[in-house]
Design a protein around this ligand. Sequence first.
Ligand code: 6PG
Length: 253
Amino acid sequence: MIATDENREIVVLPDLDAVSQEAARRFVTIATDAVAQTNRCTVALAGGSTPERLYRLLAAEPYRDAVPWASLYLFFGDERCVPPDDRESNYRMAREAMLDHVPVLPEQVFRMEGERDPQSAAMTYDAMLGDAFSLTPGRVPQFDLILLGMGPDGHTASLFPETDGLQVIERLATANYVPKFDSWRLTLTYPVLDAAAHVLFLVGGAEKADAVQQVLDGPFDPSRYPAQGVRTPEGMVTFLLDAAAAGKLSATQ
Ligand code: 6PG
């Protein structure tokens, strides 16, 4: 099932494997097109567990040889405030599933330093984005692709419901305290997510169905459902959903 308007596309696929395969195909296409146009492709990787299957696909044939790895610059959408070798680290997940198995140099990967003081790490990432995208003050990087997941509460990246990070628009990256976890996170902010040429949400599982229905069908309330706040006026937001996560969507989508 595909529902499309000018800036949003909803694609429902049978299961998470099909979602991951579709995401891999789109990753290759977006990267190839970006490199053809600008000689590089900038990607922000998602964390959590859902994208791991995608990362493993990209690190293996047929996708591995199709990705222009030498021209990719890989960033992170968010990070837990833990060391990079911690089981909770999004960087560790991406490294083990993909980065260790593809031909990218360390200088092509821009890790959020979860081991540092959150505020300092956020400021460092903010400045690093400015350098990497050669931004003049006040400008926002336009990623070619931002990969995102969605939690059962409708959060995305580390923009959680009713948290301060939702209001940060003057920075590119911020530290965000998440009361439900009693912990800090590092996350890209809405202005960066909204400037992307392509945003790909990968969402699977029945436990996400309520959030998906609210985010896609419900009233606009991004404080309560932060994934709703990701809207790319110049780009395309694509929701790749498995049937279970899409189970409560109205047929008119
Ligand atoms: C994180 C992610 C987060 C994730 C959702 C879904 O650091 O956890 O960035 O936004 O995408 O929580 O997580 P799952 O894929 O594990 O369901």
